[in-house]
Ligand binder design. Structure first.
Ligand SMILES: C[S@@+](CC[C@H](N)C(=O)[O-])C[C@H]1O[C@@H](n2cnc3c(N)ncnc32)[C@H](O)[C@@H]1O
Length: 247
């Protein structure tokens, strides 16, 4: 293997995990792991520290990239990504237009399902971080483009099945969406604030979409302990509002 892997063990009642490349040494409190040994191992195999603690090797999936990939800004949370994927019915025959790329986390989830993802990012330093993250996934169907989606969308001569917008100025992009979306395609917009969601809703209202819904997703994790089972007292608070519209 010459791609990143997850090394995972269960120690003193807790999962301990590392996201590593197969080179050099990894110093852990359970001993040193010679990562070069990963080159002749496969997912599911065991690798041991010099103190004899075993770690199982796993192939990283998109949730691992959410946890471990380098970040430029706030990536979209998996709970919200899941809603976008289910609400748009994203499938392996779909092509997706995404903006802004940010850390590339949404693009990585979309790219692991869709046929193709084209993702625009306005900041060059962010696109470089996203590119590195995407290279590590091994996905070859995500094309990153540098530019402002507000103007770049007007130059596109291709169409998409799904369009995802996670930019502060998404309402300015909405009027251009009909020119680049297949009939029956879905638009998904992520807005951290009510004000942005309202602007997006107003823009959608003037643009000929149907089946418009705005919602937020609330995730309640359940905690288990000797004392009992209940919703966790620490939880993810507000993240953003999701607007879904069909063309
Ligand atoms: C919240 S982040 C996106 C996070 C991303 N969805 C992820 O999961 O990693 C918003 C990104 O949009 C970019 N952006 C803002 N306005 C843009 C525009 N008009 N065109 C392209 N990118 C834009 C920002 O630079 C920032 O990186």
């Amino acid at each position: 293997m010459d791609t990143p892997v997850i090394l995972k063990t269960f120690h003193k009642g807790k999962i301990k995990e590392y996201f590593v490349m197969p080179e050099g040494d990894l110093h852990t409190d359970l001993g040193i792991i010679r990562l070069d040994e990963l080159k002749v191992k496969s997912p599911g195999d065991i690798i041991s520290t010099h103190l004899g603690f075993d770690f199982v090797i796993q192939k990283p999936k998109p949730p691992d990239f959410f946890k471990h990939a380098k970040r430029s800004g706030a990536p979209m949370m998996p709970k919200d990504i899941g809603q976008i994927i289910s609400s748009t019915g994203l499938s392996c025959s779909d092509s997706v237009l995404d903006a802004g790329t940010g850390s590339g986390i949404l693009a990585i989830y979309l790219g692991s399902i869709a046929k193709k993802v084209v993702s625009y990012e306005i900041r060059e330093e962010f696109i470089n971080i996203a590119r590195q993250n995407i290279i590590l996934t091994g996905l070859s169907n995500i094309e990153l483009r540098f530019g402002d989606i507000v103007t770049e969308i007007q130059t596109l001569d291709e169409k998409f099945d799904v369009i995802t917008l996670d930019t502060i100025d998404a309402a300015r992009v909405v009027p251009q969406v009909p020119a680049v979306i297949y009939p029956g395609g879905y638009l998904a917009v992520y807005s951290p604030f009510f004000e942005q969601a309202k602007e997006v809703r107003d823009a959608i209202g003037k643009t000929g979409f149907t089946e418009v819904r705005i919602f937020e997703t609330i995730e309640r994790e359940i905690s288990f302990s000797d004392r009992g089972t209940r919703p966790s007292t620490t939880r993810v608070g507000h993240t953003g509002f999701i607007t879904i519209a069909r063309y």
